[in-house]
Design a protein around this ligand. Sequence first.
Ligand SMILES: C[S@@+](CC[C@H](N)C(=O)[O-])C[C@H]1O[C@@H](n2cnc3c(N)ncnc32)[C@H](O)[C@@H]1O
Length: 337
Amino acid sequence: MPTDRSHQMQGHLHRFVSDLCGQLRAGPPAESAGCRVPAGCRFPLLNLRHALFPRQLRRKLRADLVTVLDAEQPSPTALKYWPADHRSPDMLIASSPDDAGRCPLGMPIPPQALWIGYGRTPEEYVESGREHVERMRDILRGSGFELPAAPRILDLGCGSGRMTRWLIQEANQGEVWGCDIDASHIHWAQRNLRPPFRFFTSTTLPTLPFPDGHFDLVYAGSVFTHVGDLAQGWLLEVRRILRPGGRAYLTFHDRHTETLMKTPAYSWVGASQELARYGGLPHDLGMLVLDRWPERGQTTVYYDHDWLRESLAPMFKVVEIVEEAYGYQSAVVAEAV
Ligand SMILES: C[S@@+](CC[C@H](N)C(=O)[O-])C[C@H]1O[C@@H](n2cnc3c(N)ncnc32)[C@H](O)[C@@H]1O
């Protein structure tokens, strides 16, 4: 039987949770949302209130709060990265690789939950990565860029290494890194593709743990299609870690993407419905960011070519913009100057 005291505590608990819900629901402005749920931590307010609650209620409060945070949609400014299985206080990354299917290169294939919609079968998933890397190689070569014998390459926003795995020769001769803000992907990749590849979990803040000029090539397949407010900072950071003369290869959505998404071949793309809901790309498009506050979902970003060129200047020289470089996405090849 609950005592009066525990009833009173339950009351405190529910008031606190609903108060926090209200704050989260209030959402933007983005800057102040970051203060309400302090950066990088989902439970700081809870910690402040710990003293008010006995142990079992603290546990319940924490569980309630996780449920609430899952159901609500806090602004992405409060989420610096996505921890793997954030409901568990403990974490184990096993040292043994997966013994599920292997790709033609002999490397394990991630479980479907980590495919991010690339393919319906393991073969399609693997093949899609090969196609996107081959296309990138062709475009870079066609634009006159050759990698050195022992290249340094970063796959920014690599997921579980769908593209990264096809750079095995470069990884054996030089350094190939992958990073992502989603730790579940990175843990799988560390367990299954390292060595020869290297992986780390990064954050939504435009900062990467490499010295200036470290890389010959930084590529990002369908990442700048999801980076909103911080896009300019990310371009600056990509420039910082490239050597002069190095290349950035970044895929993005543009007007050509919009045209393609209206064709039956791409009617399955979720982004086409989001764009239709918005009413299509405006005639004065610079950069359009849709669905800015998804919990573990994806913001979708569209660029006008001139706006992108302006964003890349003066730290990059745009070598080429290629439509349909990555499915319905275009790619910009930019030289670090
Ligand atoms: C559509 S997926 C593409 C994955 C991979 N590039 C590929 O082509 O298979 C976009 C990925 O970018 C990651 N991402 C989004 N913003 C990022 C950021 N600022 N830094 C690093 N990764 C990011 C997401 O977590 C997601 O794994």
